[in-house]
Design a protein around this ligand. Structure first.
Ligand code: GLN
Length: 449
């Protein structure tokens, strides 16, 4: 653990490391014959690990310690993997840089002046830095795939419902899913096989019924996509890579993508305003010391505990849900959601898969004003479609441009994760992922320490 802490000093991907003793005793009792025996992992700090903090990157939950494991974490432990700590994130998963964390700043291991992406940025940075071979994240609108692209690692957002959300702190329940950040396709697949499946503790969870893994035709986007030159170049390289590995490419247009952003943020904020109502200063979380009355307690605890971006979303979410206006916003957003899904269903009658950029830029500098909170939201246009439609998508590292990695997203119909893995493997043969110069992967002494 000391070596991990030392290596993480300038990166700050972890908010908390397991104690030396705890990790050693867990490692000693871990299932040595399990499919993940000997692998260590990090967990985004909005997913519960028994006995460790569950801060959600928020002052609201800064001191909260989880009394139980999330189902995904429990399954990983049963498979022999050892959790080494909790990773940084945008507060409650709201953001695209991890700079919205109220507790720490995480730097991109490829360039410490850059953000690591978000909201599962700590998990992506930890894998890129070689601290762990994989980490859990959550993906509500791109939070696994976008930081994976920024940090040059693999990032899978599974089909909605296929991984239990039990133990995941809710942000937008109808959109989010627990996902995987990993150093290879093979690790991603192994972890996915372990954590998937219906869970009695999550009513929305479903069994995984694998769709065909065959892929011959991949759709790509035509026209001006508003990408930065480095992403445009990487997209072209990836298309050429697919062609040289024998895939047939067709060009499509997705006019609904721009509407998807408005629908996503309407639904996400509406659900967030309901989900975050539970932090009232009474049962758990931050409690204001100044309050005189019950009403003050609630108001002041929320005012002191939540950061600006979280407050903005609660306010907007409450606004779109206010009485008499649901049709104008929420219902309309749900209709757009259906239209987005229909558009992708149409693509999948002609192609087995679609490849989209993960984000229009590579990792940007901390505080970059050209990518303020509003611009960052617009830039989610390529990732939110998978959440609105429930379909699986994986960001795969395809190129390094000007010293920074760029990832592309492979998206397929529901339950077609294996199809994505197969194409990602083909792509890795022709465009092998580059190791981050700061990675300590080759030097990790023992996997479980
Ligand atoms: N950037 C998106 C948002 O801020 C996605 C976040 C996520 O997937 N948790 O909502």
């Amino acid at each position: 653990m000391t070596e991990l802490k030392e290596h993480d000093k300038d990166i700050n991907s972890f908010l908390e490391f397991a104690s030396e003793d705890a990790a050693a005793s867990v490692a000693a009792s871990a299932n040595q014959d399990g499919p993940l025996a000997g692998l260590t992992f990090g967990v985004k700090d909005n997913i519960a690990v028994e006995g460790m903090h569950l801060t959600c990157g928020s002052k609201m939950l800064k001191d909260f310690v989880s009394p139980y494991d999330a189902t995904a974490v429990r399954k990983l432990k049963e498979a022999g993997a050892v959790c080494v700590g909790k990773t940084n994130l945008d507060e409650f998963g709201m953001g695209s840089s991890t700079d919205n964390s109220a507790l720490a700043v995480t730097n991109n291991p490829w360039d410490l002046e850059c953000v690591c992406g978000g909201s599962s940025g700590g998990s992506a940075a930890a894998v890129a830095a070689g601290l762990v071979p994989f980490a859990l994240g959550t993906d509500t609108g791109g939070s696994v795939r976008q930081p994976a692209s920024f940090c040059g690692v693999y990032g899978l957002k599974p089909t909605y419902g296929v991984v239990s959300r039990f133990g995941l702190v809710a942000y937008a329940s109808s959109l989010e899913v627990c996902g995987i950040l990993a150093d290879s396709v093979d690790t991603t697949r192994k972890v996915f096989e372990v954590i998937k499946g219906k869970d009695g503790s999550d009513q929305t969870s479903i069994d995984h019924i694998p769709a065909s893994a065959d892929a011959e035709t991949v759709a790509v986007l035509a026209g001006d996509l508003g990408l930065k030159p480095e992403v445009e170049t990487a997209y072209k390289k990836a298309v050429d890579g697919l062609k040289s590995s024998g895939m047939k490419i067709i060009e499509v247009e997705l006019p609904m993508l721009d509407y998807g952003i408005a629908a996503y943020y309407t639904i996400a904020m509406a659900e967030a305003s309901a989900n975050l109502a539970r932090y009232n200063g009474v049962r758990y979380g931050h409690r204001s010391a100044e309050a005189g009355s019950f009403e003050d307690l609630m108001r002041m605890s929320r005012d002191e505990g939540f950061g600006d971006e979280v407050k903005l979303r609660i306010l907007l979410g409450t606004y779109v849900l206010r009485s008499g206006f649901q049709d104008q916003y929420y219902t309309r957003a749900q209709k757009i959601r259906t239209a987005v899904r229909n558009e992708f269903d149409g693509v999948f009658t002609k192609a087995d898969m679609i490849m989209l950029p993960a984000f229009p830029t590579a990792a940007f500098k901390h505080g970059d004003q050209s990518l303020d909170q509003f611009q960052q939201k617009l830039a989610d246009k390529f990732t939110v479609a998978a959440n609105l439609s429930g379909m699986p998508a994986m960001s795969v590292p395809v190129s390094v441009e000007n010293g920074l990695p760029v990832g592309m997203q492979l998206m397929a119909p529901v339950f077609a994760e294996e199809r994505i893995f197969k194409v990602a493997e083909k792509l890795a043969e022709v465009l092998p992922p580059a190791a981050c110069p700061l990675s300590m992967a080759g030097q990790r002494t023992t996997e479980a320490k």
